[in-house]
Design a protein around this ligand. Sequence first.
Ligand SMILES: [Zn+2]
Length: 182
Amino acid sequence: MAEKKEKTGAEPPKDQLLEDVYRIFESYLRMCKMRRTPERYAVIDAVHQTDGIFTVDQIYNHIVGKMNFHLSLATTYNTLDLLEKSHLILRHQANWKGDPRLVHYEKCFVQDVHHNFVCKECGNTFRFADKSLMGAINRIKRAGFRPESYTLFVYGTCARCHNRQTKAKKQESKTNKRNIEK
Ligand SMILES: [Zn+2]
């Protein structure tokens, strides 16, 4: 720990949760024989400080802008990849479209129950908690499994993106009509 603190200049973990996250990530790095670098810790800290869904750009801007720490976008992306492989964050497939910068992530080390509507177009998330949904999940009994926390994602299109798509479609059919009339 002392060695790490010296290298990063970062403060020691403020809470138990972050300590647990470090521990899980460190054991993953050990398993893969990878180094514990200050850059990797900066990405964990930024993820820890971010609420809800985030992209690689948001984490990168947070580190460079708010944390005043310098690293490359590629390192940020690679570290998010490692965090995903160590099951500390979750990658949303919906909005990807083949562009890594459009990938949305969410941390899965937060111990609370919540539900999300996720827009496939813009990635916006609308968080809610619904007692009847929670009850339904708790009523499912599977071989003595005791559910503690979970996150539910419902993918779709938000009102703003839906309106934009409808307008674009209308515009397209108008243009097509005009072209046919010509
Ligand atoms: Zn949207």
